[in-house]
Design a protein around this ligand. Structure first.
Ligand code: 3PY
Length: 251
């Protein structure tokens, strides 16, 4: 199977207009049309128009970090999928652990956002992953299965033809701790097997990214694993050279 690798930067709540312009110019210069890996950035909402302007016509894609479950209406402070699409977004992250933890997003809400993304023509990057406590209690697979099944039961396996999964062990997010390539591969294989129970071909074609302190220095060995098809990059996506090093490692 030839799954095209995807390296997506999750900027989180970082970046002024001028810092972001510099970062985007650097990415635009460094990203090659010839590269095998697909490159995307997910800036804060307010920087998406700038991103669209800077990356238009380049091989790099962009996306949001979140979206509303609603299409429009009286939802003060929210941003809808069709608005992201209108600004050229290809992707949108759903269910990042920071939103699950800090914004109370349940499996059901995440599943609803996944559906809202696809309804708007966006490709959801569905984040799943266990906490340290859950890992130590041997619940990694149970937690990841529950998070996946919430989406599978609601939207079906066929919906994964148009989705990306990111495995992000919560204990490796923003902590500088990275899962070992073997630890990550084990969970990635489990995720793919969970999809394969419903449809083998879809499972084989679904890209599963690793997220959680992936950086230039550890990207290669993580990306060399059979079921790791790219990365969702936090802090290391905020500097063009570091981010591009990861993108090249995925080629
Ligand atoms: C991280 O690498 O810390 C992330 O959370 C990426 O989404």
């Amino acid at each position: 199977v030839q799954r095209r690798p995807l390296v997506a930067g999750n900027w989180k709540m970082n970046g002024s207009r001028s810092e972001s312009a510099t970062l985007l110019d650097g990415i635009r210069k460094g990203v090659s049309a010839a590269s095998r890996a697909e490159v995307a950035v997910c800036p804060p909402y307010i920087l998406i128009p700038l991103t669209a302007e800077k990356l238009a016509g380049s091989p790099a894609a962009w996306g949001g970090q979140n979206l509303s479950v609603h299409k429009s209406g009286a939802y003060t402070g929210e941003i809808a999928g069709p608005m992201l699409r209108d600004y050229g977004c290809t992707y949108v992250i759903v269910g990042h652990s920071e939103r699950r933890t800090l914004n109370g997003e349940t499996d059901a809400v995440v599943a609803e956002k996944y559906g809202a993304a696809q309804a708007a023509g966006l490709i959801p990057i569905l984040c799943v992953g266990e906490t340290l406590q859950e890992r130590e209690a041997n619940q990694t697979e149970a937690v990841v299965a529950r998070q996946l099944d919430a989406v599978l039961d609601r939207h079906g396996i066929a919906s994964f033809r148009n989705a990306v999964i990111a495995y992000e062990p919560v204990w490796a997010i923003g902590t500088g701790k990275t899962a070992t390539p073997q630890q990550a591969q084990e969970v990635h294989r489990f995720i793919r097997s969970r999809l394969a129970v419903r449809d083998k071909a879809v499972a084989e074609n679904t890209r599963i990214l690793y997220g959680g302190s992936m950086k230039g220095s550890n990207a290669k060995e993580l990306l060399a694993q059979a079921d790791i098809d790219g990365g969702l990059i936090g802090g290391a996506s905020l500097q063009a050279e570091e981010f591009l090093t990861i993108c090249r490692a995925a080629d």
